[in-house]
Design a protein around this ligand. Sequence first.
Ligand code: ATP
Ligand code: MG
Length: 419
Amino acid sequence: MLTKAPRGTNDILPRDVAKWHYIEETTKRICKNYGFSEIRTPVFEHTELFERGVGDTTDVVQKEMYTFLDKGDRSITLRPEGTAGAARAFLEHNLYAEALPSKLFYNISCYRYEKPQAGRLREFHQFGVECYGAKGPAIDAEIICLAGSVLNTLKVPGLKLNINSIGCPTCRGKYNEVLRGYFASHLDTLCETCKGRYEKNPLRILDCKSPVCKGIGEKAPMLLDYICDECSEHFESVKKYLEASGVEYNVDPTIVRGLDYYTKTVFEFKTQLEGTQGTVCGGGRYDGLIEELGGAPLPGIGFGMGVERIILAMEAAGVMPEFDTAPDLFVATIGEKADVFSMGLIKKLREENVSVIRDYLDRSLKAQMKYSDKMNARYSVVLGDTEIEEGKAKLKNMATGEANEVALCDIAKIINENK
Ligand code: ATP
Ligand code: MG
């Protein structure tokens, strides 16, 4: 127990962390190009925020949340997604009074009590964006472009973009009636959760993962055939903007998305990875969310991208770059004088942006060099009494074996020039 992490969690080990930095740096750079700024919100929020924001008929709220009472008897939930927290912060700090639209992004950990498998974890990570205050279709297309740009830059293979419109509360109200009519004759066979959804929110049945409900749902009337003129025009414009941006898409009328707050545009990016874990990004418009959380009516749109799934897809396709994390220099020492002297030299070198390692285990010179090899140091230098007296030492390039005598005070310059 003590040496086993909880089910569905992953350690990110030092040898893998560069992959995470690479993905995060890529998201930051692309978000900047699209005019999005980073926001950081707490890992936990009041439970009501997710019940309201995500929707109390969703799988996430009904089955997957990590909810507990804190020592002050408040109901607290570890965030299962990023939108509700970002929307809460947007309202709490009156960001709507600043220039609109407000364009935000985040790289966060999320928590869902799910059945762990490849690409489905209990602690996982999302890169997500949110945009509040723009209702026109241009931002929908831009946000889809941003997601596509991140995935393409990372060379995520076999990408497919599916889009759909799930209408607004007005057209969805009518559609829900049509759906109730359809599901009425199947009510006995639906799962227990979906029986409850039948009255409250029959659209949710279409997102159920149980094979029986899924089978019944596949033959249900399509929402896209029932959306109102305004929603339909919005959808047509999104498609036009995507075409103008050179983004290929498929219309998939079966996408409803797992969270209740979506309206109009919804979309998913899939890879060729098996099953539902192939969905690396899901998003859409949520024009009712800010009002639902107590703010003035203000449209919103965004997406969440699963970082673990991206890494799986990249690794399966062999497109994850190799990252060089080796230190620049290993400083070996002979004798006590050099051992002490090296501390000052190493500190200076580090201040000049050279990454330096040394021995801490009283190793022999031979063992020190073995350690340097293991750590893949690019250069090495051996300090003894003579080197200290003369202020010079042989700087060895470990890849070529070439060694040149250099002044100790020039080491940083030489290494930095050859980076
Ligand atoms: P799924 O249908 O796979 O359960 P979802 O609709 O619940 O996904 P969203 O809430 O839209 O997922 O989250 C956005 C993205 O976050 C997903 O497309 C996926 O890449 C990732 N994601 C969601 N849940 C998990 C999880 N448990 N483990 C790893 N990644 C996840
Ligand atoms: Mg899910």
